[in-house]
Ligand binder design. Sequence first.
Ligand code: KIV
Ligand code: ZN
Length: 515
Amino acid sequence: MATKDKLVIFDTTLRDGEQSPGASMTKDEKLRIAKVLEKMHVDVIEAGFAVSSQGDFEAVKAIANAVRDSRICSLSRAMIGDIERAAEALKGANAGRIHTFIATSPIHMKYKLQMEPHQVLEQAVGAVKMARDLIDDVEFSLEDASRSDFEFMCRITEAVIAAGAKTINFPDTVGYSDPLEYGSIIHRLLNTVPNADQAIFSVHCHNDLGLAVANSLSAVQNGARQVECTINGLGERAGNASLEEIVMAVRTRQDLFPVETGIDISHIVPVSRLVSSITGFPVQPNKAIVGANAFAHESGIHQDGILKFRETYEIMRAEDVGWLANKLSLGKLSGRAAFSARLDELGISFSSKADFNEAFIKFKELADKKREIFDEDLQALVSDVQMGAEDDALTLVDLEVLSKSGQLPHSKIIISYQNQEHSAEASGDGAVDAIFNAIEKLINSQTELQLYSVNAVTQGTDSQGEVTVRLKKDGRIINGQGAHTDILFASAKAYLNALTLMRNPGRLHPQLGGI
Ligand code: KIV
Ligand code: ZN
């Protein structure tokens, strides 16, 4: 039997995914996600855009130092400063990659870059050469490729391959293409660029028309051998192609795709939950593979068929993608060793012993309230401790809420900031409103509340409630999460976490003009 080509899975959850409004993640949160991506054998992890902020730089560096089995990549515009910063962040990587890009479509070159095509070509080649002087593995992207002139794409692709780029990426940046067109672009490029055989052709599709996965798969059928994608399809605007859908489509339809991925699919559902809980972006119930209903068969006809012969209605097995991996993790009697061992298995480590001790105390408190502790509970608990360890974190010390029929709910809150406690009380239209009003009396954040949502971390009425609060200020949007068995406590924590994150300086957006 002929061996199949390898399809390189390039995950950009931590870079393009983080560009979703509100989906910002802390360094420790990114590290936790990166470790699971490594465990599931993702080939390349785009850990961030190092030049965009000190926080992004630190995150890329920490991931480069901690992850050994996946290649770690930093995005960089085709500029000296960006490339040097990316190389600096990647110094500790076992295998690193600089991903440099410039826009090649007439509309982007004229209005955004205000550059002539020959200048863009020169800058692209210069950037690739400079990056190759600093690192062995360089990827080059032609931003807005799907709206670029074909002849120009061929010229620039040939030139950057000659300059040393090993992967060439053709993004459908604005999600404009369709499977027939996009597949044919990739096919023609592969057959026209003279040195095409010296590089891997890659695709990166956005989901503005709901076609990101279909476009990526069509490109694979036409010769692309790297797909850039994100967990849960997170990403700018309507998102990127979803990793789980690409991987499962290729695996389920081996008769249609001449490729194999090396992904360990048993991590798909756990990593989806982790990303959702860290970013506060819930997964819609009917989302393929990872939605709560993806394997639920409601109708009698389907259930009957499945009982008689499973394959009548099921093309994949829920347990293969990790649906049943939600095993009981720990209980009330578990000690420090069991707690520490389970955290290790989940790829979680703390930067200090004090943080570990705090997590263990919180675990014991939770185990007193909740009989069964699942992995999701541990993930939520760890988020809590890590958020509290952020510089200048606003943390909840105490909360009292009085809610009585016929009376306005009233809250008293004590928060800690830079080791000092501050208290306030306020009333509100509801209990949550009263809590947020009390916090605002202390902080006066001038933020606008854009979203308040509650999800259960696990099943049952003793589940922890996970609250997401989205705040907006001066054009920046930040999500904060908080989990607790009491959703009023979870709400206060989520609001304080969003305010803590809002204090961090903003990041530079990679696709702004002004190269
Ligand atoms: O969508 C896009 O074009 C990108 C590039 C920076 C690769 O994200
Ligand atoms: Zn993108």
